[in-house]
Design a protein around this ligand. Structure first.
Ligand code: ADP
Length: 439
């Protein structure tokens, strides 16, 4: 990258300097040509206004040709005087463009480029009172010979400019990239690296990402430790009872009881593993392709019917109130959401208690409300019950088959559906959890 920026910057500088030089040379040459023609015009008019032209043509200055080339032709183009050659031996000039123009319009100009000599000839002609024409001429280097002349100087300037650009480019690249390189080497703590203003958001993002990574790693580590711990208890029970049976230390009646314990604890393990897998699925997948319009009312009613036996076992009156109400979601998620909330409302209830599951639509928003007259949740626990493995009463949770992950799954599902969750609870009186969709 460094090399690329360096090469590109140097190339741009070289092209820019070369183009500027060429342009300046062309413009200057054009000005120079204009100036020559202007001077010739002045000279031609001075000659025209002179009193005694023949005397002037006899003067040393003119005859020697040191100042100008002067040609005098009559109205038909025959050369009367020429200071660069013998007038008698010269061709008729009536065909020369500047002479033609001067005869017609009173004045004429022309520039002739010589291919053999690297020179350009500039001509200016004016018609005199008597119909003859005076022409003055000058030779100047062509643009190519001007170029050839200044080429070494141009090359030297170009080389110095290039060297200067290379030094500046190197310095700029270094001051641009050095802080970024230091950030890359010190990604864990890029605190010092705020070398220039544009880097500030970059550093802030890296720092935030790094903190997120650390936090996530911490959460994951804690979760792994918790899962291992949760798995350990039922496995110890299973291992203990099966060892007793294996060693023949259990009588016929005990074997049935031990097998029951083994069965109960293996179910516990399966539920726990199911919840852990589900949570990690919800954690990682960003898919929304299974989303569609699902009838939340119908799902809740089915779930309530399914949990009737479970509710009766706990002496709880479980009822559904509400209507069909569509939400954009995934059926499985909605089933899990209603199931987990109802299951908790039954398990953390009291004999003779009630659970009401309601689905309604309010201002175009679907609302699910699960309300119980159970044991309630103390203020100090209300914030934390959605954390993984957080339980208010550990033994009650475990004895009723809880994994400590139900509400964590609920929280994830709510977030995935961009819904809002509200908890109202009073210890000893009951709990109401409301999920509002489409906010
Ligand atoms: P668990 O599997 O232990 O029920 P959850 O994540 O579903 O785990 O719930 C976390 C804790 O929140 C429970 O252990 C319980 O203490 C409390 N809780 C959840 N729902 C209710 C409720 N409806 N009434 C009283 N306490 C509840």
């Amino acid at each position: 990258m460094k090399r690329r920026i360096y090469i590109q910057m140097t190339a741009i500088a070289a092209i820019a300097s070369l183009a500027t030089m060429l342009l300046v040379a062309f413009v200057c040459y054009e000005l120079f040509c204009g100036q020559i023609l202007d001077d010739l015009r002045t000279d031609a008019y001075l000659l025209k206004e002179a009193d005694n032209l023949e005397n002037i043509f006899k003067s040393d200055e003119i005859v020697s040709g040191r100042l100008l080339r002067v040609t005098w032709v009559d109205g038909r183009g025959a050369v009367i005087f020429e200071n660069y050659a013998d007038a008698a031996g010269m061709n008729n000039h009536s065909g020369r463009p500047e002479i033609v123009q001067a005869l017609e319009e009173g004045e004429g100009e022309a520039v002739r480029r010589s291919h053999t000599v690297q020179k350009n000839s500039f001509y200016y002609a004016v018609r005199l009172e008597d119909g003859s024409v005076v022409r003055v001429a000058k030779e100047a280097d062509s643009i190519w010979s001007v170029f050839a002349g200044i080429f070494p100087a141009m090359l030297a300037i170009l080389a110095s400019l290039l060297i200067l650009c290379m030094v500046i480019a190197r310095f700029l690249i270094k001051s641009l990239l050095a802080p970024i390189e230091r950030i890359a080497q010190n990604a864990e703590d890029p605190v010092e690296e705020e070398a220039y203003e544009e880097l500030v958001p970059f550093v802030a993002t890296i720092r935030k990402q790094h903190e997120d990574i650390l936090r996530n790693a911490g959460i994951r580590q804690e979760f792994t430790a918790n899962v291992s711990h949760e798995l350990k208890t039922p496995l110890t029970v299973i291992s203990g009872y099966s060892e007793l049976i294996e060693n023949g230390m259990a009588s016929g009646k005990d074997i049935v009881r031990f097998a029951g314990e083994i069965h109960r604890n293996s179910n516990r393990l399966l539920t726990l593993i199911d919840d852990v897998i589900r949570l990690s699925e919800l954690d990682t997948s960003e898919r929304e392709e299974e989303f569609g319009m699902v009838d939340l009312g119908e799902i809740a009613e089915t779930c309530v019917n399914m949990l009737q036996v479970h509710a009766e076992k706990h002496g709880v009156d479980l009822r559904f109130e509400g209507e069909g109400c569509f939400v954009y979601s995934e059926k499985r998620m909605m089933e899990e959401l209603v199931y987990n909330l109802c299951d908790n409302a039954i398990r953390y209830n009291r004999e003779g208690g009630k659970v009401r599951v309601a689905v309604r639509s309010e201002k175009g928003r679907a609302i699910l409300c699960v309300e119980d007259t159970g044991i309630g949740i103390g203020k100090e626990h209300q914030e934390r019950i959605f954390e993984r493995f957080y339980r208010v009463d550990k033994s009650r949770s475990k004895s009723t088959g809880g994994t400590g992950l139900g509400l964590a799954i609920v929280k994830h599902i709510v977030a995935k559906n961009r819904a809002v969750l509200a908890l109202e609870s009073e210890q000893g009186k009951g709990t109401r959890i409301t999920v509002t969709f489409g906010v």
